[in-house]
Design a protein around this ligand. Structure first.
Ligand SMILES: *Cc1c(COP(=O)(O)O)cnc(C)c1O
Length: 613
């Protein structure tokens, strides 16, 4: 075929060709050595080639002896090769460098035919069901390497409309495919199916797309990247509809693996014997109490901590069997505490009496486990030092077992309050030791919360209570670097409008444009938990890695964003409300509050999505 095509150039004076293709290079040089030949390509042996391809830096093209540099956003091989071809032609036509650079930069990126879609079961689906030839297969396979997923599958159809020897063709196809080490390969079509032996992956063959759908193989795949590559007549885009996650526009995405990483990081600071309680109160800081607890139970957390009895009951009903401490059991709920095998925090004589009555009434005949809270400086709940004698006497007569003695630090995250914190720790040491002596047995002790774990590690006692730290947030920038971000609040652009100079945006006309301005509307508002006070250019959201200010008043279900400075912005683009750019911390700063309040304020109507990668 190459011999045929090459004849086309017999009358050309100059031939500009892609020298990366060794066969083309060889043939052209053999046949046309008397003509002016210029080769371009990514490889260095070409007359025109790329000198450097470093992300975020200008590209440098070596054009014979000359170096030409230009910026480029698209850096995939196909685009770069095309740019080199273009540059070579323009040089040959004697166009000035400056003009060439300007023109090449003005080129719009060709809409990628490959689309990456979030799939069901945490898959990523790469859909390229428009055409199929060797080159487009190569590009698609190359595209896969940009994803970090370690497992991958391929759906591939017959290559149609090629006259070459099919054995040779499919040998080349299988070589390309085998290089990628797919886990599963699904071949569709009579032709390609004949060569299934050539594919090294676990390979299945189907006559048509429907047969693959009926086999249900695809819907069993989890945690993979799935490439759909087919000739148009096979209509494999139907597979995309089956594999695609029906997405909510606005989601709070929670990365469970990151939680595990963060827990393990905190554990790495502790003695191996130190137990860990995970605080899952307030719906796990807004992220979903059951989902997080289930995951933590699976990873052998020692204790869970909730604020109220209802939260503990919900977990028990859904099958959580780990010991659960209820920090603030309301007095009408003690029977439920016992019924659901929850362990109450006892912080006063009143609670102690009432709870004990409930235990007696319930007929519970063993010693019921309780957790004694000591007041050490926070002045929230707890027994004071002078109450300990009476406490130990009261406990003596009762059929209760002190499972743990604990307290809470008010300021472990505030470096300037170190002296106060050390004083709290000292009080805890003194008072808990005293109580243990009086009790005559030794319950476990705990006082550290997340920032306590990182700043006062020596005071870990027998257990620590992790909260915000497992969600990847730390007040210390050093520790923050070691943690992985867990939560991201995302939505999409509903509409983009060009607003004329002098027009107003939103309720009460609080924002007016001072030039023609590109405004995007996104479908989240104060009813989703975005405080209204961050409207009017106080807060920002992230689009295409760029911060874009919120303009005008935040509405109940929507808000408007100035996207003038966002490159390539379009409707449907993902918007990050927080946790990348801006970070959760930055977002909390816009709101003049702390990360805890931001998370617990996100309305339940925002869909929570859990990812494990
Ligand atoms: C919420 C809570 C914690 C966890 O605090 P973080 O700062 O999120 O680590 C620990 N102990 C008690 C008693 C709590 O109420």
């Amino acid at each position: 075929m190459i011999d045929e095509k090459i004849k086309l150039f017999k009358n050309s004076e100059v031939i500009i060709y892609n020298g990366d293709n060794l066969l083309v290079d060889k043939k052209i040089k053999e046949l046309y050595s008397s003509k002016k030949l210029i080769s371009y390509g990514l490889k260095e042996n070409n007359d025109v080639h790329l000198e450097k391809n470093v992300k975020d830096e200008d590209l440098i093209v070596q054009y014979f002896e000359e170096k030409i540099s230009f910026p480029a956003n698209q850096r995939d091989e196909a685009t770069l090769t095309n740019a080199l071809a273009l540059l070579t032609v323009l040089k040959e036509l004697d166009i000035e460098n400056q003009k060439i650079v300007q023109k090449i930069n003005a080129l719009k990126a060709v809409e990628m035919r490959l689309e990456a879609i979030e799939g069901i079961k945490n898959n990523i689906v790469i859909n390229d069901s428009f055409n199929l030839d060797l080159d487009s297969l190569k590009t698609a396979l190359q595209f896969l390497n940009e994803y970090k997923k370690s497992k991958k599958s391929l759906v591939l159809t017959d290559i149609v409309g090629v006259n070459s020897n099919s054995k040779e063709l499919y040998e080349e196809v299988s070589d390309l495919v085998n290089e990628q080490k797919f886990d599963f390969v699904f071949l569709i079509g009579n032709e390609i199916s004949k060569f299934s032996e050539l594919f090294k992956a676990k390979t299945f063959t189907f006559i048509n797309t429907q047969e693959l759908i009926d086999s249900k193989h695809l819907t069993e795949i989890e945690n993979q990247i799935i490439l759909l590559k087919g000739a148009r007549k096979f209509e494999i885009e139907r597979l995309k509809d089956i594999l695609e996650l029906r997405k909510h526009d606005t989601v709070l995405e929670i990365n469970l693996n990151a939680i595990l990483h963060n827990i393990n990081y905190h554990k790495s600071l502790l003695k191996p014997t130190t137990k860990m309680m995970a605080m899952v109160k307030a719906n796990s800081y807004g992220l979903g109490s059951y989902e997080i607890s289930e995951f933590l139970q699976h990873h052998h957390i020692d204790y869970l901590g909730v604020a109220f009895v209802d939260e503990g009951v919900e977990l028990r009903k859904k099958g959580i069997t780990v010991p659960i401490v209820v920090m603030n059991p309301e007095q009408h709920s003690y029977e439920t505490v016992i019924e659901y095998n929850l362990e109450p925090e006892i912080y006063s004589f009143r609670v102690l009496e009432l709870f004990y009555q409930a235990v007696q009434k319930s007929g519970y005949d063993k010693k019921y486990p309780v957790h004694i809270k000591l007041e050490t400086g926070m002045h929230r709940l707890g027994f004071k030092g002078y109450e300990l004698d009476q406490l130990s006497q009261t406990l003596d007569h009762k059929n209760l077992k002190v499972q743990s003695i604990f307290s809470h630090l008010s300021s472990s995250d505030i470096p300037t309050e170190k002296e106060f914190t050390l004083h709290q720790l000292e009080t805890f040491e003194k008072n808990s030791t005293y109580l243990i002596e009086k009790l005559g047995y030794t319950p476990i002790r705990h006082i550290l919360n997340s920032s306590g774990i990182t700043s006062y590690t020596n005071h870990q006692y027998d257990m620590v209570r992790i909260g915000i730290g497992m969600l990847g947030e730390s007040p210390s920038s050093e520790i923050q670097k070691q943690l992985q971000s867990v939560v991201s609040f995302k939505t999409v652009i509903s509409q983009i409008s060009i607003v004329d100079n002098g027009e107003s945006v939103g309720y009460s006309r609080r924002f007016k444009t001072d030039h023609k301005t590109k405004i995007a509307t996104i479908p989240v508002g104060y009813a989703d938990g975005i405080p209204r006070l961050i409207g009017n250019e106080i807060g920002n959201v992230g689009i295409n890695k760029t911060l874009a200010p919120i303009v005008g008043s935040i509405c109940m279900d929507m808000m408007m964003i100035n996207v003038d400075n966002v490159p390539n912005v379009k409707e449907g683009d993902t918007v990050t409300v927080f946790n990348a750019k801006p970070s959760l911390k930055e977002f909390a700063e816009y709101c003049k509050t702390i990360t805890y309040e931001v998370l617990t304020s996100i309305s339940p109507r925002v869909k929570r999505i859990y990812v494990k990668d």
